[in-house]
Ligand binder design. Structure first.
Ligand SMILES: Nc1ncnc2c1ncn2[C@@H]1O[C@H](COP(=O)(O)OP(=O)(O)OP(=O)(O)O)[C@@H](O)[C@H]1O
Ligand SMILES: [Mg+2]
Length: 288
């Protein structure tokens, strides 16, 4: 089996522990030269210095932003590792909002971590557009700065940007999640959904091509839930080169998706349109 490992082009919004690691220099900087790139395979690798950001862009050569074949991963302490991903196959179209469903413990978060380069798999083929940006379930772990603008700008400190370039990147990212008017607000005054949108803006400010969104609406009420979903929907619609993978347990969110996959026991057992996903889930007795 051919094996590609996607480099940890790790530029996204992450939990505070990851931020801390970054501050002390333990998390790799995004690569920006083929010399430093660990990306191998058929995708094209291109480095660009645009006005807003110094970014490294990797695109798979097909219409898919994510290609995964027979991906296997074991996790656990040495000597007691157990299989978590047991041969995952997955194709996700570039520019789509793809939902990932499945019962607790089936491997959704582990799969996202592999796609984001946070965990190195044991074997399989993984090709993704890069860089990727991560947003996690609990916004309190991610929105850590006193004001919205400072929080969105947090990750940009690693780039050599002028003040004007940072301001432009922050404002553009906040506009995409419909939070531009909140730019100078104190983060502790925001609702859970607004904080999640700020966390997404923090990831977006770094210009990711792949957004990895792990159960963002778990702690949100209905209004906030749909506000966040709508923001992600409009990002995927407005920026055709950006793909979003949205992990959820909430079946009513399927209506926002372009496509969906269902995982079970470390494998993807279904991929199709939202309507096909509903049929699949109903056959399994789910209240969809
Ligand atoms: N670091 C780890 N060491 C050992 N086992 C792990 C580790 N991380 C996850 N697992 C196990 O891997 C399996 C998949 O976990 P994962 O978090 O990916 O599932 P999930 O589908 O995201 O679940 P949930 O819906 O509860 O978030 C679970 O059985 C979990 O206990
Ligand atoms: Mg999970």
């Amino acid at each position: 089996m051919l094996t590609f490992l996607v480099a940890s082009a790790f530029t996204g919004r992450c939990a505070s522990d990851v931020r801390l690691l970054r501050r002390v220099g333990l998390v790799p900087e995004p690569w920006c030269s083929s010399k430093h790139s660990k990306v191998r395979g058929t995708g094209t690798v291109e480095c660009s210095k645009n006005k807003e950001l110094q970014t490294a862009v990797h695109r798979t050569s097909s219409a898919y932003s994510v290609l995964v074949q027979d991906l296997r991963l074991h996790l656990g302490p040495p000597g007691a590792k157990r299989p978590v991903l047991k041969g995952v196959n997955l194709y996700i179209r570039r520019g789509s909002l793809h939902m990932l469903l499945g019962p607790n413990g089936c491997g959704k978060s582990s799969l996202l971590k592999v796609l984001g380069g946070l965990v190195v798999p044991d074997s399989g083929l993984v090709q993704t557009d890069q860089p990727s940006g991560f947003v996690f379930q609990n916004p309190d772990h991610q929105v850590v700065m006193p004001t919205v603008a400072a929080d969105v700008a947090f990750g940009l400190g690693r780039y050599k940007l002028t003040e004007a370039e940072v301001a432009f990147a922050v404002r553009s990212a906040l506009r995409l999640v419909n939070m531009e008017d909140f730019m100078y607000r104190a983060t502790h005054t925001l609702s859970g959904g607004q904080r999640q949108r700020v966390a997404i803006a923090g990831a977006l400010a770094e210009n990711p091509k792949l957004l990895l969104l792990d159960e963002l609406t778990t702690f949100l009420d209905r209004e906030d839930q749909f506000g966040v979903l709508q923001a992600v929907r409009s990002i995927a619609s407005a920026k055709e080169e950006v793909t979003a993978i949205w992990v959820t347990h909430r079946f009513e969110e399927l209506q926002f998706a372009d496509a969906a996959s269902y995982m079970e026991d470390g494998r993807v057992v279904f991929t199709g349109t939202p309507d096909e996903a509903k049929l699949f889930l109903r056959k399994r007795g789910a209240p969809v």
